[in-house]
Design a binder for this molecule. Structure first.
Ligand code: ADP
Ligand code: MG
Length: 315
């Protein structure tokens, strides 16, 4: 399979949308942005051995490469539309490519995302996806909108992916439910859009709650007080280890791809309505405050220090 045959295999599955004037095949794609909307653009790379264990299934690599980008669009409240795919492969392995494309397009088709272009090269396995979505002017959920007194919320459950990674690194059998959360994260696309006009700030959790909420607080010039005991945990995580280990995974573990957002206390019902309409549970975990980001075991409890902080490249 040479480069052009490979591109052709990708092209036949790229998905059709009325706003794709010209897709894969020319020097550029031509795309029609709906009148009156802004384009939200994001890009994320997955490198073998850095972002996923080398033996990860091809399907899951394809799924996750797109999922992490759709998660960024979700965090801005944008509606996904298009993406490009820059693929570096050590060899044109037909079996790997088939699995990869199955995973990639399983998620792309779920969200009506068209693949409109990309690049294919030989090199160590690396996947870069750039995703584009639409958002109304002024409606994007930014990091800089949190205000003192806002509630802090998260979607879904925290710490599952990090627990799977920990089990894998420790050479233990990896729990199937935890592993699924690591390999096939669910971007909270519908929730992000439903939070438009409700949330004051939002971020998706890729590097761990503490690190990512820190980004929101720095951008907004505020601090936060988070109740560690309020952090949502899955049944699989609850049975995977002791409480101290679980709390550390929830507060600092990466790869959750949940949304962390802030909203006025007066908006609690609207937040719950957004959660119901998008079928994603949300949990109130603390509030925005002056000062730093503080983790406490309970609302009035002492500060709690995790065993480690979030993931930083070159850190
Ligand atoms: P060029 O040399 O002009 O950049 P390429 O030969 O790299 O063109 O690509 C040919 C066409 O195939 C372009 O439209 C490009 O966007 C598309 N393409 C290449 N690789 C991929 C890929 N991995 N996924 C999607 N489209 C791709
Ligand atoms: Mg090219």
């Amino acid at each position: 399979m040479d480069e052009f045959e490979l591109i052709n295999r990708i092209r036949v599955r790229a998905g059709a949308r009325a706003d794709v004037v010209l897709g894969i095949g020319d020097d550029c794609a031509l795309l029609e942005v709906p009148a009156g909307l802004q384009l939200a653009v994001t890009s994320d790379t997955l490198n073998a051995g850095v972002h996923f264990p080398p033996e990860t299934a091809a399907f899951d690599i394809g799924w996750k490469a797109l999922a992490v980008n759709l998660s960024d669009l979700a965090a801005m409240g944008a509606r996904p539309a298009w993406c490009t795919l820059a693929l570096a492969l050590p060899e044109a392995d037909a079996g790997f490519v088939a699995g990869f494309l199955d995973g990639f397009f399983a998620l792309a088709d779920q969200h009506d995302v068209a693949l409109v272009g990309g690049d294919t090269t030989r090199g160590p396995l690396s996947i870069n996806v750039t995703a584009h979505g639409f958002v109304a002017p002024g409606a994007a959920l930014r990091r800089d909108g949190a205000r003192v007194g806002d509630d802090v919320w998260v979607s879904g459950t925290l710490g599952d992916a990090a627990a799977a990674l920990r089990q894998w690194r420790d050479g233990q059998p990896v729990d199937g439910d935890l592993r699924a959360r690591l390999d096939r994260p669910t971007p909270r696309v519908a929730l992000g859009q439903a939070l438009g006009g409700v949330a004051s700030a939002c971020i998706d959790l890729s590097d761990g709650l503490l690190a990512d909420l820190g980004h929101v607080c720095r951008a907004s010039g505020v601090g936060a007080r988070i109740e560690v005991e309020a952090l949502p945990a899955s049944a699989a995580l609850l049975s995977a280890g002791d409480a101290q280990r679980r709390r550390t995974l929830q507060a600092t573990g990466g790869d959750d791809y949940e949304l962390c957002f802030t909203a006025l206390p007066a908006c609690r019902q609207s937040v719950l309505d957004a959660a119901r309409s998008s079928r994603v549970p949300v949990t109130r975990i603390g509030r925005i405050d002056h000062g730093n980001v503080v983790l406490a075991l309970s609302a009035n409890g002492d500060a709690w220090i995790p065993a480690h902080a979030g993931f930083v490249h070159f850190g």
